[in-house]
Design a protein around this ligand. Structure first.
Ligand code: PEP
Ligand code: MN
Length: 341
């Protein structure tokens, strides 16, 4: 990006305004024209925002590959009763991996509400590696989900795995989840976007950040009202962790692209004992919330039992979300004097 200055512009003031947006610049002068060249590792800021700075005559910039995602940068979104994206007020979403029965879900929803969660999670349609594993109770489970969420005044997030299921999921969910395996299932993204609902877009387990942003752009272009990104770990080389939690990607989306990002430490680690530590780390990096698996009787869980928290474990994570929890706000290094790209 090149920022052309007006003749009377005060260089220091314009530069200060750019730096506070996370844009680092070097000055080019010649033939009576002054311009600021924005360095490549600066934040992603829309041309319109820069054009509105007094003293800026014009902005020359290559078009962004994800204009619709850029347009929601820095915004908040409502999911049922929860407001996602308010600075310093992350949101807890919790519930079982799979909805196994009406009774199990009611217990899990009570656990989630007691821990301070504002949104209930749970899968009615489950992507499973083996075709012989439990794959969800489908539409019946959707009804149980809405019922349990309403009973506890929670919002609801649940996954749609195929285009056929999208209308039924959209009818009950406040937020439609796209699972890691479907991040680049473009016809599914289009169908989900067409519902006009906000979407929780999990990162593909081997997807680059630019591919993740473009998957979000697919949703927005099709009509989604909002996209919240969710980091759930990518494929690593060490089987000690189920996946590799990429907190750098969280910082990147939050601080460079100013997008809403949740972290799912449950699928990242695959082990319940590591979840509180990664939950803290995720919030420190600036995550807008956490998606956590919890089960009233994890020993009998039909999916992902080893990573499910019990009521006590979930309450421990929930304490990170209390109003006076010690939680420094993550800031972009671009706003710290002395840190340059
Ligand atoms: C889930 O959230 O239940 C799930 C299947 O997650 P992922 O798509 O991240 O594996
Ligand atoms: Mn799971």
């Amino acid at each position: 990006m090149i920022v052309l200055l007006t003749e009377k512009a005060d260089l220091k003031t314009v530069r200060g305004a750019l730096t506070s947006l996370g844009l680092w610049t070097s000055l080019c002068e010649g033939q009576g024209q002054r311009a600021l060249l924005v360095e490549p590792h600066s934040s992603a800021v829309s041309r319109l925002e820069v054009e509105s700075i007094p003293g800026v005559a014009a902005v020359l910039a290559a078009p962004s590959p994800q204009p619709r995602i850029d347009a929601i940068a820095g915004s908040c979104v409502r999911v049922g009763p929860a407001l996602i994206g308010a600075p310093g007020e992350p949101v807890l979403m919790a519930g079982p991996c799979s909805v196994e029965s009406r009774a199990q879900l009611q217990e899990a929803a009570a656990m989630a509400a007691a821990a301070g969660a504002q949104v209930l999670r749970g899968g009615a349609f489950k992507p499973r590696t083996s075709p012989y594993s439990f794959s969800g109770h489908g539409r019946e489970a959707l009804r149980w989900l809405r019922e349990a969420a309403d009973e506890h005044e929670l919002g609801l997030v649940t996954e749609a795995m195929s285009e056929d299921e999208v209308p039924a999921v959209a009818e009950v969910a406040d937020l439609i989840q796209v699972g890691t395996r479907n991040m680049q299932n473009f016809s599914l993204l289009r169908r989900i976007g067409e519902t006009g609902k906000p979407v929780l877009l999990k990162r593909g387990m081997a997807a680059r950040i630019d591919e993740w942003l473009l998957a979000g752009e697919h949703l927005m272009k099709a009509g989604a009202s909002f996209v919240i990104f969710c980091e759930r770990g990518i494929v690593g080389f060490d089987p000690k962790a189920r996946n590799l939690l990429d907190l750098a990607a969280v910082a990147h989306l939050k601080l460079v692209h100013r997008q809403l990002v949740l972290v799912d430490p449950s699928h990242a680690t695959g082990r319940r004992d590591l979840i509180p530590a990664l939950a803290r780390a995720s919030l420190a990096v600036g995550a807008d919330g956490l998606l956590i698996e919890a089960h009233p009787d994890s020993a009998c869980a039909l999916s992902d039992g080893p990573q499910a928290l019990d009521a006590e474990g979930l309450a421990e994570v929930g304490r990170l979300f209390t109003k006076n929890a010690e939680r420094p706000l993550a800031v972009s290094g671009a706003q710290i004097p002395g840190i340059r790209p």
